[in-house]
Design a protein around this ligand. Structure first.
Ligand SMILES: Cc1ncc(C[n+]2csc(CCOP(=O)(O)OP(=O)(O)O)c2C)c(N)n1
Ligand SMILES: [Mg+2]
Length: 886
């Protein structure tokens, strides 16, 4: 692409063209490439001044970015490093082969790590700092399918046992190491879950940015910690992988290094059979402001390239597409001679006196420690930009006939004896006998073997072992519930929403002497929607460059203020980014040793539904923080139509085991929930995070009934009883804004139908279910012992009067507790697509309004005459289609 210099149309004057080309050739010969580049840049500038715009290639030639003469030389003992690397290769392969000897049920991957071994080992031996007294070291996002190689090293470093490796992927009972990086399963080891493709790249960017945030705010001292994120070339097709790279470029995250393992293959076959993934990615990252380092060829090519004066070799390198490169590496030296060099007789002549084996030994850059070292060195030295290293490798390197460069290699978890022996020989592992190789024994060098001494010395020099997750963050003191007296006492006559109540609470927290500075408000371009624009001026929006312009609204009270020390994170219209930002803050207690309290507030519909996989990863990652699903409820955010109106985020939240979720109605409930959440996460240090829905509907916020706290937290508390001594004939449950319909229904039942009822606020059907499930499991396992009850029974068990539940969510939400509700249980909910209208109309449409609650109550108590009267009185259409059909 880049080298031909061809222009559209014919060459008007080929002699003149030749002169120019010769001139540049002469400069390169005599003064070097840098001088030539300077001259060309000058010429380019002059041309532009004259209105001549030469076509610019965003790609560079298909060779290494760093010229051999500019490479930093790899220090240390390369022979010993090779032994170490080969040992890791063997044990990584053995991990999968041993696990699959008995059964292929357990799975595992060999080919990914074999392609990446050099990329990891150069990092481990020379670059990656482990946690020390000073800081928590570099943060590694490992390609999930490479975990066997990381375990292989951990075995040699004495961090895990052979038994744990033997039990690879047997995580249920045996304590085997986890298939992929999972902090949930290995909390002292893995920091970042990565194996859902695309999340690693995205989340690593926000991790790097969050480090800048902590430093910008003076909470962490500036340090050399880097985020190293490894990813597959196939993985780069995930929108999440590339979606935030322009942010990283814009924010100049020079503490971030991407290493894309370009083995040219994904699961099914080539990543870009008909193109070149490295060139494509170079162009994209360069455009996004990254420092791009291509590591295409190993040192064996250096001489050939140096002597490539006519550019023919580069041309050949350029014209071969990835599908062809893959085929070349799946064959042998003779094939490469014929099909790569053989295209041009001149090229073929250059390797005429090379043996086929010598040709075969020409490596790709990602397998050459020297080239990888040079790139890593340049990356860590580079300032002002993030760096991406595009390292060309071979998938299944060393697997030979069992999978090297083959389309099937990704899932290859078996190798026959010949392949295993060939693998041993390929990496000169003579210490493994034929018999040991056949039975795939672990390779355990003696503790005093040179390679073991070397390994320990390197890690000592670099601080300690990694990856390592340290979760010993200090506890923080959180404000007592009384701090939120404004919410607990209610709003008097004034009307307000729970969003407003929350924003006021946030204000209280921000002013708190103990944890105020730890609060991280995060918004995806919705501050004004939630009445949070006051925080712009008060806290400032974090920006590494401060504010380089005079904001339009500078004279106003709540002007748009960006600041180097800003506390607020405004992530733009970018929920996946904001969620990743939140996860970085929510794991700061572990990854930085600095507990932070992120509050990420967004349209609830664009939460779990939009970024569910990140919410799941955040659970795996043991996040601690608050998600606020604002404008929630299918009928409460009434004016925004089908795509905005959330009637199921509570169901989605409920499936994440450590996500604690609530749908409160009143400000005092929000206060109790948030205060307890702070205690659980910051004092008790539980690895849970909270999802709380908030609404924009204004109503009078009552004071908290005495002693309501326990019920609020467990999920159910009574808000209204029948007058006098009357026993309720029916119990009404509601959550979110629909509780108010329920309360109104209670009044209608009493006034119009003479039915006594009581009303309950169900702050969390999910928490109620979880508690009851727990008790039920205990009961199952303890026959003959006294049965354990649960909060649902405790609240509702005193009578068999029917129970009605109505919420702004689909029926499945309230149905969660059906098993434990005594007597008849009717649920009303908002199943179906949302739509825009008045709230009143929507509540009628979805059949969750007070009239439907009344109807359901009358039917439940068997008062059919009353029910008929209600249908007539409230003008209910009996024959209309259900809302989920409309
Ligand atoms: C979101 C998601 N989709 C699909 C997969 C299944 N998957 C796992 S690895 C893989 C291929 C990976 O190819 P590449 O990224 O090139 O990595 P390599 O193993 O080649 O280094 C696929 C499709 C996944 N883990 N996550
Ligand atoms: Mg790949």
């Amino acid at each position: 692409m880049a080298t031909s210099g061809a222009v559209p149309g014919a060459d008007m004057d080929s002699v003149e063209t030749r002169e120019w080309v010769d001139a540049i050739d002469a400069v390169v010969q005599h003064d070097g490439g840098d001088r030539a580049a300077t001259l060309l840049e000058r010429v380019h500038q002059e041309a532009r001044k004259r209105g001549v715009e030469p076509r610019v290639d965003l790609t560079t030639p298909y060779v290494n970015t760093i010229a051999p003469e500019h490479e930093a030389q790899i220090p240390g003992d390369q022979a010993v490093e090779r032994v170490l690397r080969s040992t890791m290769r063997w044990n990584a392969m053995a991990t999968v082969l041993r696990a699959n000897k008995e059964s292929s049920e357990l799975g595992g991957h060999i080919a990914s790590y074999q392609s990446a071994a050099t990329l990891y080992e150069v990092g481990f031996n020379h670059f990656w700092h482990g946690p020390t007294e000073a800081d928590r070291g570099d943060m590694l996002f490992i390609q999930g399918h490479c975990s066997p190689g990381i375990y292989a090293r951990a075995l040699l470093e004495g961090r895990i046992t052979e038994q744990q490796l033997d039990d690879f992927r047997q995580e249920a009972f045996k304590g085997g190491v986890s298939s992929y990086p999972h902090p949930w399963l290995m909390p002292d080891f893995w920091q970042f879950p990565t194996v859902s493709m695309g999340l690693g790249p995205l989340m690593s960017i926000y991790q790097a940015r969050f480090t800048k945030y902590l430093q910008g705010r003076g909470l962490e001292q500036p340090n050399d910690r880097k985020v190293w994120a490894f990813m597959g070339d196939g993985e780069m097709d995930e929108p999440e992988s590339l979606g935030a790279i322009s942010m990283a470029g814009r924010e100049r995250l020079d503490n971030l290094i991407f290493v894309v393992n370009c083995n040219l293959q994904r699961l099914d076959g080539p990543v870009r059979g008909n193109g070149k993934i490295i060139q494509e990615l170079e162009m994209i990252f360069r455009g996004a402001g990254w420092n791009v380092l291509k590591v295409v060829w190993g040192s064996g090519w250096d001489q050939l390239l140096a002597e490539d004066h006519d550019g023919l070799l580069k041309r050949r390198m350029e014209e071969v597409v990835d599908g062809e490169y893959q085929t070349l590496k799946s064959r042998d030296g003779a094939y490469v001679r014929e099909h790569f060099f053989g295209k041009y007789p001149e090229l073929l002549a250059r390797v005429a006196d090379w043996s086929d084996d010598e040709i075969w030994a020409l490596q790709r850059g990602g397998h050459d420690p020297q080239k990888v070292y040079a790139a890593y060195h340049a990356a860590v030295e580079h300032t002002g930009q993030p760096t991406v290293i595009l390292a060309k490798t071979v998938k299944g390197y060393g697997m030979g006939a069992a999978g090297e460069g083959q389309n099937i290699t990704h899932q290859q978890k078996k190798m026959d004896e010949d392949a295993v022996l060939a693998f041993r020989d390929r990496f000169d592992l003579d210490q493994i006998s034929d018999e040991a190789a056949r039975s795939i024994e672990w390779l355990r060098p003696a503790e005093d073997a040179p390679e073991m001494q070397y390994l320990r010395a390197r890690r000592t020099e670099l601080g300690s072992s990694l990856p390592k997750r340290v979760a010993d963050a200090p506890k923080l003191e959180v404000p007592a519930l009384e701090a939120f007296s404004a919410q607990l006492e209610g709003s008097g006559e004034r009307e307000g929403s729970t969003t407003m109540a929350f924003v006021r609470m946030l204000g209280t927290l921000l002013r708190d002497k103990k944890i105020g500075e730890r609060i991280v408000p995060i918004v995806p371009d919705e501050s004004r929607t939630f009445g949070m624009e006051g925080l712009f001026r008060q806290l400032g929006i974090f920006s590494q460059v401060g504010q380089l312009y005079q904001p339009e609204d500078a004279g106003q009270l709540m002007f748009y203020r960006e600041d180097r020390g800003g506390q607020m994170l405004q992530e733009g219209i970018n929920e996946p980014g904001a969620m990743s930002s939140w996860a970085a803050a929510a794991t700061s207690y572990a990854n930085h040793g600095i507990p932070m309290v992120p509050f990420y507030i967004y349209y609830s519909m664009f939460g779990h539904q939009r970024v569910g996989d990140i919410a799941w990863a955040a659970g795996d990652q043991r996040s601690r923080g608050f998600l606020l699903g604002a404008t929630s409820g299918r009928t409460t955010l009434n004016g925004e139509g089908l795509q905005h109106q959330d009637g199921h985020s509570h169901i989605l939240a409920s499936v994440i085991p450590n996500c604690v979720s609530y749908d409160p109605t009143y400000g005092y409930e929000v206060a109790v929930i948030v205060q307890r959440g702070l205690e659980r996460m910051l004092v008790d240090q539980e690895d849970v995070y909270y999802y709380v829905t908030l609404m924009n509907e204004n109503y009078v916020q009552p004071a908290m009934p005495k002693g309501a706290e326990e019920g609020i937290l467990r999920g159910l508390h009574r808000v209204a009883k029948p007058a006098g001594k009357a026993k309720p004939k029916v119990r009404l449950l509601g959550s979110g804004t629909i509780l108010r319909e329920v309360e109104a229904a209670a009044a209608l039942l009493a006034d119009e139908f003479d039915v006594a009822s009581e009303a309950w606020s169900a702050t969390s059907f999910t928490e109620l279910r979880r508690e009851a499930m727990e008790a039920e499991r205990w009961n199952l396992l303890h026959p003959g012992e006294e049965r354990r009850g649960n909060w649902v029974e405790e609240c509702l068990g005193s009578s068999a009067a029917p129970v009605i539940a109505a919420t702004d969510y689909i029926r499945a939400y309230a149905d969660q507790i059906r098993e434990w509700v005594p007597g008849a249980y009717t649920t009303l909910g908002t199943d179906g697509f949302g739509r825009s209208d008045y709230r009143k109309a929507l509540r009628r449409f979805f059949e969750v309004d007070r009239h439907f609650v009344v109807l359901a109550a009358l039917r439940a108590i068997g008062d059919d005459a009353g029910a008929k009267r209600a249908i007539e009185l409230y003008d209910i259409d009996q024959e209309t289609a259900a809302p989920w059909h409309r």
